[in-house]
Design a protein around this ligand. Structure first.
Ligand code: BGC
Length: 737
């Protein structure tokens, strides 16, 4: 008999039920989001679950305890996806896993792979891409990394939490084709490629049922179609009926309380819950507990290698920076004198707010990163920002106060709550306050003139922050520039250009902002997203040309919010129901199919060097398309290119997007003149569309289009799929007729 069955046999019904309900926020690891209930007489420990996607989220200081518990803040998911680099993302995953392990965390509540359905989603920074393949494949690398050290990863939020408006109750209405091809597909690919230990059901309803109470979603799709064997948990306080949750397929209700245990016991006694279902859920929870580091008696050190992890955070940020525009302004010499404008240059936003927030040891701002790399940053410009932002510095001193508090043992019955209040809420308020409206353009003409004369280049940083619980807004100061921001760009550009000097804009943002109204004013634009704690250093090395930019957009950058169907229907106010009327036409699938010109297309990103794509070879094998081609660096700088494979289907009877990403590969660093051969295999099933309950690949001539972005196609060839292929929802081939 297996260990799980052995334990199950000894458990009372009360124990069996209590194991399905979390024990509230963690007492083992302060600041961790939750833990399970222990059963000490059977040797079952409580295992600890902690956020989140950009680093382990635990309290950095503890009452009455010496020592610090800071975690590394890695680049946020949207930036990890911008790397298109599986090795780098796997390293990040492993480093986060190691920090979890050394801080006593058994299950990481990440990664989050909802879809960038619009640019306005409040948690877009925590999510990877508008494309399910890119999301799924990158997430799989992240999960492999986390799990390689014995910590479990959790895919979240399953499914449709693509915006924050009314997230606790909104009913997302979406047709099954769009679900299967876009929203579920990202999860399906990640599960297939990386076997995550757990999945978290989302807050919202899906087609009338809360995701946490949705039998179709949690049992039919997840367990039966995909064969998922891991644990299903709820999002924190999700849904409205724990009995329905257990029936639908939830194994662990989080964060959980005694009231829920009682409700479930009563339901069992009334005959509403079957013992078979309860035991089935227990098996999942027990399997995870038995696999956990806690069960195996791992003694965590509370001393992860933060320095090594900072290096990995730097490396990932370096690869995720996207160069949008470069009219000969970049790279610049390290001896350059630089005038740094914009408060984000001094208060660089490293991450977003909410459960994705990480308590990091430090943030290297842009100013600090540049100085460290030898740039001469103009002190008079800095002084102006520092002067009118003085209160912010004082707020920063609160952290010092926390430190002092830590050294005094605080007597409280509810340390978990106090910890949350002190560290989470106050730190986040400070972060938020830093991005509030402070005038960006307090300079008079004479001052600007002087600055333009004595510096070689101007860098203007534009910052935004977003977070869990609210979406981005179509207003000045959020999607649009405020007047003072625009004026700053205009005046700095005019003055510097008059003196023959270049202006570079750095976008320090959670997801795209309006760009067309001002991009012509400036010479170069770099996107550093919310880059984590090492952003300033990574940016400095890109500016210097130590490394050429190699990030590519994981989502379409719109010209305006009216451009695509999903954004036009964006729920600016919470509502009961949201219909995904655009169906499968999300992101570039919409722009390409309906001939709409974005500001920058999906997959876009410039380099300091140039690449030549040649010798394309494509062949159909039994169940895959095999592609080979050569990439040569024909420019003057070393660099990496992302080879992107899009497939354009024949005109058949199924309504399909113009083209879809079906494979990609980032090259190694190629020196000028160096060549690399890239091999990419695309399973035939990746070409399928979901039609009337099954997956169908139509026969005909498919165009394999390979490029440096979705619209910069360099080489292409057609390939004949000689017969129709059909698969059931388990991906077993079936007769088509
Ligand atoms: C978030 C989750 C998170 C959980 C625990 C919820 O509010 O939606 O992403 O993992 O809290 O902190």
């Amino acid at each position: 008999m297996s260990k799980v069955e052995e334990i199950l046999k000894q458990m009372t019904i009360e124990e069996k039920i209590s194991l399905l309900v979390g024990a509230g926020s963690s007492t083992t690891v302060p600041g961790a989001a939750g833990e399970t209930r222990s059963i000490s007489r059977l040797g079952i420990p409580a295992i600890v679950l902690a956020d989140g996607p950009a680093g382990v989220r635990i309290a950095p200081l503890r009452f009455g305890v010496q020592g610090e518990f800071y975690a590394t803040h890695f680049p946020n998911a949207i930036m990890l996806a911008s790397t298109w680099n599986l090795e780098v993302v796997e390293k990040v995953g492993k480093a986060i896993g190691e920090e979890a392990k050394e801080y006593g965390v058994d299950i990481l509540l990440a990664p989050a792979l909802n879809i960038h359905r619009t640019v306005l989603g409040g948690r877009n920074f925590e999510y990877f891409s508008e494309d399910p393949l890119l999301s799924g494949v990158i997430v799989a690398a992240y999960v492999r990394g986390v799990q390689s050290v014995g910590v479990g990863a959790t895919l979240k939020h399953f499914v449709g939490n693509d915006q924050e408006a009314g997230r606790m109750y909104v009913n997302i209405v979406v047709d099954e084709r769009a679900l299967r091809e876009i929203y579920l597909r990202a999860f399906e690919i990640a599960i297939e490629l990386s076997k995550p230990w757990a999945i978290m059901a989302a807050y919202n309803k899906l087609n009338s049922y809360y995701c946490t109470q949705n039998l179709w979603l949690l049992t039919k799709v997840l367990r039966e179609d995909w064969g998922f064997e891991g644990l299903v948990m709820t999002d924190w306080f999700a849904g409205d009926n724990p009995i329905e949750q257990v029936k639908a397929g939830v194994d662990l209700i989080m964060p959980g309380d005694d009231g829920i245990v009682k409700k479930l016991i009563d339901a069992y006694k009334r005959g509403e819950l079957r013992i078979e279902d309860i035991e089935e859920r227990d098996r999942k929870v027990l399997s995870i507990i038995l696999k956990s580091l806690k069960y195996q008696g791992y003694r965590w050190s509370n001393k992860p290698d933060l320095d090594e992890h900072a290096r990995i955070a730097y490396e990932a940020a370096l690869e995720g920076i996207v160069l949008l525009k470069n009219d000969g302004a970049l790279p610049i010499k390290s001896s350059s004198r630089v005038a740094l404008f914009g408060r984000g240059s001094y208060y660089t936003v490293r991450g977003g707010l909410g459960s994705g927030y990480v308590h990091a040891r430090y943030t290297v701002s842009i100013a600090e990163g540049l100085r460290e790399r030898g740039f001469k940053v103009d002190e008079d410009v800095e002084k102006v920002y520092r002067r009118y932002m003085l209160p912010l510095y004082e707020l920063g001193d609160c952290i010092e106060m926390f430190r002092r508090l830590r050294d005094t043992a605080v007597k409280s019955d509810n340390k978990g709550f106090l910890t949350w209040l002190l560290f989470d809420i106050s730190e986040m308020l400070i972060e938020y306050y830093r991005t509030l409206h402070l005038p960006e353009d307090p300079f008079d003409d004479g001052f600007l003139e002087e600055i333009a004369k004595r510096n070689d280049v101007a860098i203007v940083t534009i910052s935004r922050i977003s977070g869990e619980g609210w979406d981005r807004k179509p207003v000045e100061g959020d999607f649009y520039l405020r007047d003072d921001e625009y004026r700053l760009l205009l005046r700095v550009s005019e003055t510097f250009h008059k003196h023959g000097k270049k202006v570079i804009v750095v976008l320090n943002i959670p997801s795209p902002i309006d760009i067309v109204s001002w991009r012509d004013l400036v010479d170069a634009i770099l996107v550093i997203w919310l880059p984590g704690q090492e952003g300033g250093r990574a940016l400095a090395d890109i500016l210097l040309g130590k490394v050429s930019p190699s990030g590519k957009l994981p989502l379409t950058w719109p010209r305006d919010l009216e451009q695509d169907a999903a954004t036009r229907m964006f729920p600016y106010e919470p509502r009961q129901e949201l219909v995904y009327r655009e169906g499968i036409y999300v992101g570039y699938r919409y722009y390409d199919t309906f001939g709409v010109e974005p500001a920058y297309e999906f997959g876009y990103g410039l380099s300091y060097t140039k690449f030549e794509f040649s010798d394309m070879y494509v062949e159909k094998d039994v169940d895959k398309i095999k592609i080979k081609l050569k990439i040569r660096n024909v420019g003057g700088y070393p660099g990496k290119e992302v080879v992107q494979v899009y497939i354009k289907p024949p005109r058949g009877s199924i309504d399909k997007p113009y083209q879809e990403l079906k494979g990609f590969k980032k090259t190694k660093t190629l020196k000028p003149g160096e060549e690399d051969e890239v091999v990419i295999d695309i399973p035939i099933k990746y070409l399928a569309s979901y039609v009337k309950g099954r997956w169908v690949v139509e026969k005909g001539l498919y165009e394999v289009r390979i490029g440096a972005s979705s619209r910069d196609i360099k080489v292409s060839k057609s390939i004949e799929i000689e017969r129709e292929y059909c698969f059931n929802t388990k991906w077993i081939q079936i007769e088509c007729s």
